[in-house]
Design a binder for this molecule. Structure first.
Ligand SMILES: [Zn+2]
Length: 96
C-alpha cells in the first residue's frame, strides 16, 4: 500500500483504517496491483463529505478500476460505499 505524499492516514477512524490492509491485500492478490491512497481528510470534497469525518479514503484509479470496485464492494459489505469516480475510487464507512 502506497500513500501519496502529503496524505495523512493517522486520523482515519478504525472503521475505515482497519479495512485498508484488507483492501490492499485483495487488490494485490487478485490484480497484482498496489493500491495508492490519494486522499483522506485533506483536499477538496463536497460539503458534508465523510472525508471530513475521517471515514473516507480515495484510491487511485487504474485501468482495472471497475472490476476492483466490484471486488472491494463485495469484500467490505453493505456498511461501506465504494464509488467509482472520475479519477479515483471513493470508499467510505456509511452504515445504513
Ligand atoms: Zn472521496
Amino acid at each position: 500500500m502506497l500513500i501519496k505524499a502529503g496524505v495523512d492516514i493517522s486520523r482515519l477512524r478504525p472503521e475505515i483504517r482497519k479495512k485498508l490492509n484488507t483492501i490492499a491485500g485483495i487488490v494485490d492478490a487478485i490484480f497484482g496491483d498496489e493500491i495508492v491512497i490519494t486522499s483522506t481528510f485533506e483536499g477538496n470534497h463536497s460539503p458534508g463529505s465523510l472525508h471530513y469525518a475521517n471515514l473516507a479514503v480515495d484510491i487511485r484509479r487504474t485501468d482495472k478500476s471497475d472490476t476492483v470496485c466490484q471486488v472491494i464492494r463485495q469484500e467490505l459489505g453493505s456498511n461501506y460505499d465504494v464509488i467509482s469516480e472520475h479519477n479515483h475510487i471513493h470508499i467510505e464507512y456509511d452504515p445504513k
